[in-house]
Design a protein around this ligand. Structure first.
Ligand code: APR
Length: 238
């Protein structure tokens, strides 16, 4: 049996299928990922911009980087792969999406059960008192209207704890899943990279690069997230 039909079989047999995504899920929407040739970390050292030290001691650089991330999202929107996952939730084929992406594309495409494990770029807040602020206020380098603290996007910075509810929800659903489909992530970042190995269910990997993960997954699809999801969806409907 070929891999697509094997996965279709597993999807049909599974009563609890969970999807875990990373930046590779959004590159076909035009959003750069981090560790590919065209990724953010190819030209920028994350330790200089994506942590609390940068926020507190080099705010201009921190601010410039996250404005560039907002800019990179402009005009980008969910692609057919996101829409397929939303349709699969509606049809009861998947029960949950856990994502490392902060672009909000899974919810924008229509998924309602989404855990944003690394937060959301759209949720700007004061770093000191947590008071919410607008993205516009962040762009204009305004300070918090309550305590004059620095504004920051609601993205989990390196060294920060993940949002507790999102983590607990993703951990529970993945642990108890019959089938976990991991899409578009290099699985380099702790603790999300620990989640796949915690499931009791079958593990599938859809990624441009799968080398080195052969022993960790029951089925591997090397290639485009969008095209692979389209193939699987067509076979499901077939
Ligand atoms: N289809 C399938 N896979 C793709 C596609 C695509 N269209 N585009 C890129 N990929 C793959 C890349 O080959 C890479 O293996 O997706 C993976 C993306 O990996 P990263 O760039 O490391 O992104 P991610 O795994 O989501 O990073 C995790 O690191 O910097 C932090 O907080 C940031 O959430 C991010 C975390």
């Amino acid at each position: 049996m070929d891999k697509v039909n094997q996965l279709v079989d597993w999807l049909r047999q599974s009563t609890k299928t969970v999807v875990l995504t990373g930046a590779g899920m959004s590159t076909e929407s035009g959003v750069p990922d981090f560790r590919s040739k065209s990724g953010w970390w190819r030209n920028i050292d994350p330790s200089t911009v994506a942590n609390i030290q940068a926020l507190e001691h080099d705010y201009d650089l921190f601010h410039a980087f996250y404005c560039a991330r907002f800019e990179a999202l402009k005009g980008c929107e969910p692609h057919e792969g996101h829409r397929i996952l939303a349709d699969w939730e509606k049809r009861g084929i998947i029960v949950h999406v856990a994502t490392q992406n902060v672009d909000g594309f899974h919810k924008a495409a229509g998924n309602t059960k989404v855990d944003e494990l690394h937060g959301s770029i759209h949720a700007v807040r004061c770093h000191k008192c947590g008071h919410e602020a607008s993205a516009q206020a962040f762009f204009e380098q305004e300070t918090c209207t309550v305590c004059e603290g620095k504004l920051r996007p609601g993205i989990v910075l390196f060294g920060e704890l993940l949002p507790e509810d999102a983590w607990n929800s993703a951990l529970h659903t993945i642990k108890t899943a019959d089938l976990v489909i991991v899409i578009g992530t290099s699985l380099q970042v702790y603790p999300v990279n620990q989640l796949p190995s915690m499931t009791r269910g079958k593990l599938v990997y859809i990624n441009r690069e799968v080398h080195g993960f052969e022993r960790d997954f029951d089925l591997l699809f090397e290639g485009s997230a969008k095209e692979t999801l389209q193939q699987i969806d067509a076979a499901l409907k077939g």
